[in-house]
Design a protein around this ligand. Structure first.
Ligand code: ADP
Ligand code: MG
Length: 276
């Protein structure tokens, strides 16, 4: 691919990142499902204000790694974990750290848009407040719904029908509603697992633009199979690989443009140029 063209479309890093943005640091992460080790001592710093893209073939542990970053891995009964995840100075796995705090600080958007279909657009945005027990007045809720939908890039399309069901929106709109919903609890990091792979190219572009805007206030980690997308939106990139049934590792990580234009490892070069 021509990565120069792909990187010129959207600025990869906001010019002025908020100094209060959080960085996420995964240290020596090893993960198992039952006896099977699927990640082996993976360390990665996802810097504040950056969009970090996790790339690599299917089955190399990208989704597992992402789920470890907000403690969703432990929902699988057979799952085990070694290593640490730090959100700025805080260990999110510290025994005294409440799970709900970690989940609130580190939001997640999935591949398949999953709004509550029968709930209204407004109720969808506010759903996280109930889960976290956050109190807000009617006017605070109105302001929150508007600001989250604006940040999710959906406000103009839905402002006249906030009471319509979320399930009635198009796929791309539903995904933007899910982004707006995840923003309502004011996360410091947003994890996105192939957020556009169920969407058409136009919706994909809208979400990419939304993501780049959001990176001004939320640190973003995205898993993507789409190399053009990684090149367009991310400033940092990590290439995961699990060769011949061995556990997933990071082969190479760093500045996205450098990695696409001048990869240090031959396997990275093969992957980003579609030779896998
Ligand atoms: P990727 O997102 O890179 O495609 P995953 O993290 O989904 O990879 O999967 C990594 C490995 O872990 C794969 O071999 C997959 O089959 C296995 N795996 C993922 N989820 C589970 C699970 N809930 N139970 C058992 N094995 C799993
Ligand atoms: Mg995956």
């Amino acid at each position: 691919m021509n990565s120069t063209d792909a990187t010129t479309v959207i600025p990869a890093v906001p010019e002025q990142a908020d100094p209060l943005l959080a960085s996420l640091d995964a240290r020596e992460i090893t993960a198992w499902f039952g006896e099977r080790k699927v990640l082996d001592r993976v360390s990665l710093t996802m810097p504040a204000g950056a969009i970090t893209a996790l790339i690599g073939p299917s089955g190399c542990g990208k989704s597992t790694f992402l789920r470890i970053l907000n403690r969703m891995h432990e929902l699988v009964p057979s799952a085990q974990l070694a290593g640490e995840v730090w959100l700025d100075g805080e260990d999110i796995y510290h025994p005294e750290k409440l799970l709900i705090e970690a989940r609130r600080a580190i939001g997640m958007v999935f591949q398949k848009p999953n709004p509550f279909p029968a709930m209204s657009i407004r109720e969808n945005v506010l759903a996280g407040l109930k889960l976290t027990g956050t109190k807000a007045s009617r006017s605070e809720k109105d302001d929150l719904v508007e600001s989250c939908l604006v940040k999710g890039g959906l406000w103009n399309e839905v402002k006249d029908r906030l009471d319509a069901p979320g399930g009635g929106l198009s796929g791309g709109q539903q995904q933007r509603l899910c982004i707006a919903r995840s923003l309502a609890v004011k996360p410091r990091v947003l994890l996105m697992d192939e957020p556009c792979s169920a969407l058409d190219p136009t919706s994909t572009r809208v979400i990419e633009e939304t993501m780049v805007e959001l990176a001004r206030e939320v640190t973003i980690v995205i898993v993507t199979h789409n190399m053009q997308q990684a090149a367009r939106v991310s400033s940092q990139c990590a290439f995961f690989l699990a060769a011949h049934g061995t556990p997933g590792v990071i082969v190479e990580h760093g500045d996205t443009r450098a990695m696409f234009e001048n990869p240090r490892d031959e396997r990275t070069s093969d992957y980003v140029h579609g030779r896998f």
